[in-house]
Structures are given as C-alpha cells and as structure tokens.
Design a protein around this ligand. Structure first.
Ligand code: AMP
Ligand code: MG
Length: 488
C-alpha cells in the first residue's frame, strides 16, 4: 500500500462525484482477475454494485480500511519547465484490492483540480482503456484498465463531449512528481517516508544494501530505461513524458496523446500539442534520462543524511550515468530479437541502425515490416523478398538484406525456429490510432462492440488471428491522420 503518508496536505480524503445514469462502455475480464472479481455470463461483474463503483457513485469496502478514497499531491516538470504543484486533479484512489490500487480517472473535482473540471471524456477514456490492456498483452509494464463507464453528463472541451470514468489498476500510482513535490518543499522527512514505503512495497531488494536510497534510485532508473526501450521496440510514443507522468515503479502510465507508429519516422511526434517535438519517438530515452535527473535532484536530501553534499551529488551523478548503459543494452537486446538473432555480435547495432534509417527514408510501416521480416529465409534470392518493395531505394535495401542474411547465416538457427521466435516479439497487432478512432466513433453512437473486438485482438497481439488480418494492415493511404492532443 503506497499511501499511508500522514497529513491532509499529502493525501486528501476525496469522494468521487457521482455521474447520472452510468452504463458500461468497456470492461476487461483479464484486469478483473487481478482483483478477483466474479463475472457473470456476459463477462461483466456478477454483482451490479460494481457499475456504481466504477462510475464513482459508490465506494468499495476496502475504501474504508485506510485513508481513502483519496487524491494525492505531486508536483512536476511539464515540457521541461518546473510546473510546481499539480496532483491528482481528476484521479481518486478508491482503495486497495489484492495488492492493486483501484483508481478512478475522471471521477470529479479534487483538491488538486486547479482550473480543471475533474472529468475525462469518452474518447480519451476509451483510448486509455484499450492502450493499457494492449500494452499489458504486449508484455510491457503498465497500469491496467478495468473499465470505462459512460454517462450523458456533458463535459466541455473544444466542443461539448460526454463524461466517462476509467477505472485503473496498478501496484502503485506513485510518480517521480511525488518525490519532486516533497523535495521542492524541503520536506525531507516526508521524502524519506515516501522512499521507505516504495522500498518496502516495491523494491524490497534495496532494503539490505549499504545504501538503500542510492540503490532505490538506480533501480527506478533501470526500470524506466528498460521501459523506454520496450516502447521503442513496438513503435510506441508516449506523447507526454512530463515528470508527473513517469512512474516510480517503472510502468507505463497516463495514456493521453500516445501513438503506435504506422509509417516509421524516427522523429515522429504523436502529440499534436508537442510542437517542438520534445517527446518525439527518438527523444524518449533522452527525455526519460532527463526525468531521472529530476529524480536525482529530489533524492539529494536523502543521500545527504549520510554523505557530504558534494559526495551525495557525485554518487547520484554516477548512478544516473548507468541509465544510458541500461537503456542501450535493453534496446540492443530487443532489436536483436526483433531481427531474429539469438547471439550478440559486433556490428549488430550498425545493422539495426541502417535498417531504421532505410525505413525512415521510405516511411515503411513499423509493425507490418517487423512482423513480415520473419518470413525471410536464409537461402532466399534477394529479388524475391517481398518487403524490398516497401523501400524507395531498392539498391540500398537489397544490400541491407544481403548483409542481414549473411548475419543470419552466422547462427545455426533454422528458418522455422527463427520465424517462431520472431513472431513472439514482433506483434502483428498494435493499437493503431485509426483503429481506436473507429471504436470511438461507434461508441459515440452507443455501439461498444468495436471496443470489445479490439480488446480481443489486442489481447493476443503475437498470434496470427487470420480472421482479423485487416486489423494488422497500415491505415489506408487516403485516410486522414488522426490528430491527438493533450485535451482529454
Ligand atoms: P496530464 O497532462 O493528463 O498528465 O495532467 C496534468 C495535470 O493536470 C495533472 O495534475 C492532472 O490531474 C491535471 N488534469 C488534467 N486534466 C484535468 C481535468 N480535466 N481536471 C482537473 N485536473 C486535470
Ligand atoms: Mg498525468
């Protein structure tokens, strides 16, 4: 349980604001297992009280077992600038079930809502729901989504939309921003309390080390470094890597204007509000490192308990340097697997980078390319490799395929074994923006079937599911690009 911190100024008891006439929009039976929910034959909770709970209209019994329901305070850097106090402006923690925190997003105003209305709209809630569950099924650490509940309650954004509440689950919703908050207030005792809780519940391996806080810092960096590499390996851009959206336990969180890339552009920007491309695909590692540097600053007082200030700084600086190493190792390992290599060889990184450059130059579909790559055979004539037709510069890509096949031959894996292994790491199905948009458009007409279809497909992203081949295809070229922004 992450939040047993004392004081109303830290965790404020906050009751969700009810929504009128709630109805199920989406539900994940897989997430429901996490909290041992009994489901009826229709795949929804057998106990109808859960609709009211997931709507924010009533509480779970666990809510009464500790200080809850509650919203928490955090601060953070947004788009590289210190934003001061933020907090759960529209998220309310109902309580803990089976070591999972159950949180409602969009459940109304909290003490930290600032100018906001505490609500979330239907489209962004559906996107968060689908992406959380898709991420999980891809094998990438993430918050989970139990449900989306809708209501006709109007919510004003650029236009009037309707409200929805997304029920999220995670072992902890702690963010880097929580640490930054107490550090900014120079509240070292709360900072220590928070770090101790995190170690106790989520990083027990740090407990009996000589420097638990330094070790904790390193572990947070490691987890987040690997996380970014995993995102990149499936062509994912988070969209808003502000320090208040970065998890203290290294899971993907706060799905907003994210995107799985269709056509590969190394500098792809998925968030329409990110004009400078701060959170572009290729900048994500650098930005995550920057966020870890913010965390290092927040950790300074913890190390200063036992070290002189200069020494504390050097220790954290050294620890921060491990981020790049950890990220590079994870990235190389993941991309080697994507290419079907079982060993690490000199020159692999260069080979991967040459491929990505060629894909970028020809705007090749990221997911489709890697999925189809497994069909290349060691004895194949270059001219018969179908994927070469996706590239503008055939000579260049032929040379790359020649080098790739030469590299494949340096290992003695069979084509069949390699294909099988590659299909376990190169998903056939990802939540492409245009697919999510179809589900959203239908949901606005009260047809929620497409959400369940997508959920079903994305729950097994590495399986062939031939009947859903159309969902594996790039968006039709004439389809207008779906723009997503911070407005949600
Ligand atoms: P985000 O960009 O969604 O990560 O949100 C940044 C900050 O703004 C967080 O503190 C959120 O809780 C808060 N926030 C976002 N949307 C709303 C809203 N509609 N009402 C209140 N607070 C919000
Ligand atoms: Mg956020």
């Amino acid at each position: 349980m992450a939040f047993t911190l004392s004081g109303d100024d830290v965790c404020q008891i906050t009751h969700p604001s009810p929504i009128p006439n709630p109805y199920w929009v989406a539900f994940s039976s897989s997430a429901a297992k996490l909290i041992g929910l009994e489901l009826g034959p229709n795949g929804l909770p057998a106990d109808p009280a859960w609709l009211e709970i997931c709507a924010g209209n009533s509480l779970i019994s666990a809510s009464y077992q500790f200080r809850s329901p509650l919203s928490t305070v955090y601060s953070g850097h947004q788009f590289g600038v210190w934003a001061g106090q933020l907090g759960d402006g529209r998220a309310i923690l109902l309580g803990e079930v089976n070591s999972q925190e159950l949180q409602l997003k969009g459940a109304g105003k909290t003490r930290y809502s600032r100018m906001g209305d505490g609500r979330a709209v239907l489209r962004s809630s559906i996107r968060e729901f689908l992406c959380s569950e898709a991420m999980y099924s891809l094998g990438i650490p993430t918050t989970r989504a139990l449900s989306v509940v809708g209501s006709e309650l109007p919510v004003r954004r650029e236009i009037i939309e309707t409200a929805a509440v997304c029920a999220r689950l995670a072992p902890s919703f702690l963010r880097i921003g929580h640490f930054e908050h107490f550090a900014s207030l120079q509240d070292t005792s709360r900072l220590k309390e928070l770090a101790d809780l995190l170690i106790r519940d989520h990083y027990p391996e740090c407990q009996n080390t000589a420097e638990p806080y330094l070790e904790l810092f390193k572990q947070i960096c490691n987890r987040n470094a690997k996380l970014v590499a995993q995102w990149q390996a499936v062509g994912f851009c988070h969209g808003v890597l502000n320090s208040d959206n970065i998890s203290a336990i290294g899971i993907t969180m706060d799905f907003g204007p994210f995107g799985f890339m269709d056509q590969f552009q190394i500098d792809h920007i998925c968030n329409h509000s990110d004009q400078d491309g701060r959170y572009a695909y290729h900048r994500q590692p650098q930005i995550m490192h920057w966020n870890m540097a913010c965390l290092a600053s927040a950790f300074l007082p913890l190390l200063e308990f036992i070290h002189a200030p200069n020494d504390a700084q050097s220790l954290l600086r050294e620890a921060l340097e491990e981020f790049a190493v950890c990220y590079a190792e994870a990235w190389q390992s993941l991309f080697r697997q994507k290419l079907g290599f079982t060993t690490a060889q000199d020159g692999d990184t260069h080979l991967i980078e040459r491929l990505l450059q060629a894909m970028h130059d020809s705007s090749v579909d990221f997911t489709y390319f890697f999925r189809m790559l497994s069909q290349v055979r060691k004895e194949q004539e270059l001219q018969t490799i179908v994927l070469r037709d996706h590239f503008l510069n055939r000579e260049l890509i032929d040379q790359w395929f020649a080098d790739y096949i030469y590299r494949l031959k340096s290992e003695n894996s069979s084509d069949e074994a390699r294909q099988k292994a590659m299909n376990l790491v190169n998903p056939k199905f990802v939540l492409r923006n245009h697919l999510a948009q179809v589900a959203i458009d239908k949901a606005k007409q009260h047809d929620y079937s497409e959400i369940q279809t997508l959920l079903k497909i994305l729950t097994n992203p590495y399986d062939e599911q031939a009947e859903y081949d159309a969902y594996a295809m790039p968006p039709p070229p004439n389809l207008e690009r779906v723009e997503v922004s911070c407005s949600s």
